[in-house]
Design a protein around this ligand. Structure first.
Ligand code: A3P
Length: 301
């Protein structure tokens, strides 16, 4: 992947985006979901990979060891709106459209992920009444994790220094837009769409087994106790960090000298980044933006 140029953020239908996620807009909007598709939706850095892996293990862990050992998680679970640049022989560049990758998936169900705000989700997912899982994470840990991701990927705009990045996050000028709009938009969707399961990263940390149980019940799966225990152990942070099929070390375009994709896996790492003044200003601004008392995130557990 030629990642020499960092892309510009631009306003796309009211949401800041980069071209890697809008190049294939017609392909995304016209994507044909199937009834048994599972869509995993998240704001970036909220536990997407973790949940992707748990879902993949739930559906396919018993069926194919080869899948677990040879196919990276980002290929098993395509990122619907992404277009990924690849070098062709003769140094021309092509874009892989992940909608086409999803179309070619032979597995059933297909598990796909998206970072799109709820209003951009292809309408066929709603029409087909697909099961959708949303994972949210507290804003402070999300912005820290996002900062480190943007340091390591040239597919995103230059992060600048920490303080600049934090201000941008508070202003919603991030790839995929405002965290505040994202988590609230998806939360409100539950009022009108019953097949949406809203999870929290902090709950996954606190009691992974319980969250796997809830997933099974939402998905109508009856995994055995042993199977669930095996999944719980495989999705532990240290196991995932050392597993080259899920830790993204095979993903071109990430600079592992800058950070790790599976980085710390903690609730509260924000305390190592925010100054007291930054934290106070953030909390004040947060109160203005997060008015719905039914949606609560935990910054410590
Ligand atoms: P940190 O940068 O705070 O460590 P995503 O997959 O949506 O990009 O989210 C990435 C975040 O999830 C990173 O957070 C990463 O370390 C964390 N993560 C991934 N797997 C995890 C696991 N098994 N346990 C805890 N956190 C995990």
């Amino acid at each position: 992947m030629d990642s020499s140029l960092r892309p510009e953020l631009f306003n796309f239908l009211g949401v800041p985006m980069i071209h890697y996620y809008t190049n294939n807009w017609d392909g995304v909007q016209n994507f044909q979901a199937r009834q048994d598709d599972i869509l995993l939706a998240t704001y970036p850095r909220s536990g997407t990979t973790w949940t992707s892996y748990a879902l993949d293990l739930l559906y396919f862990g018993q069926k194919s060891q080869e899948r677990q050992e040879t196919i990276p998680i980002y290929a098993r679970v395509p990122h619907l709106e992404a277009t990924l640049p690849v070098k062709q022989p003769g140094s021309t560049q092509a874009l892989i459209k992940e909608t086409e990758t999803a179309d070619k998936l032979l597995t059933s169900p297909r598990i796909m992920k998206t970072h799109l705000p709820v209003q951009f989700v292809p309408k066929s997912f709603w029409e087909q009444n697909c099961r959708i899982i949303y994972v949210g994470r507290n804003a402070k840990d999300t912005v820290v994790s996002y900062f480190h991701l943007d340091r390591m990927t040239k597919m995103h705009p230059e992060p600048g220094d920490w303080n600049t990045f934090l201000q941008r996050f508070m202003e919603g000028k991030m790839v995929f837009g405002s965290w505040y709009d994202h988590v609230n938009g998806w939360w409100k969707k539950m009022q009108t769409y019953s097949k949406l399961h809203y999870m929290f990263y902090e709950d996954l940390i606190e009691d992974t087994g319980q969250e796997i149980d809830k997933l099974c019940s939402f998905l109508g799966l009856s995994a055995s106790t042993e199977e669930k225990e095996s999944i719980r152990s495989k999705v532990q942070f240290s196991d995932m960090k050392n597993n080259s099929m899920v830790n993204h070390t095979t993903f071109k375009g990430l600079d592992f000298n800058k950070s790790s994709f599976i980085r710390k896996g903690k609730v509260g790492d924000w305390k190592n980044h925010f100054t007291v003044a930054q934290s106070e200003a953030f909390d004040e601004d947060y109160k203005q933006k997060m008015k719905d008392p039914t949606l609560q995130f935990r910054t410590k557990i």
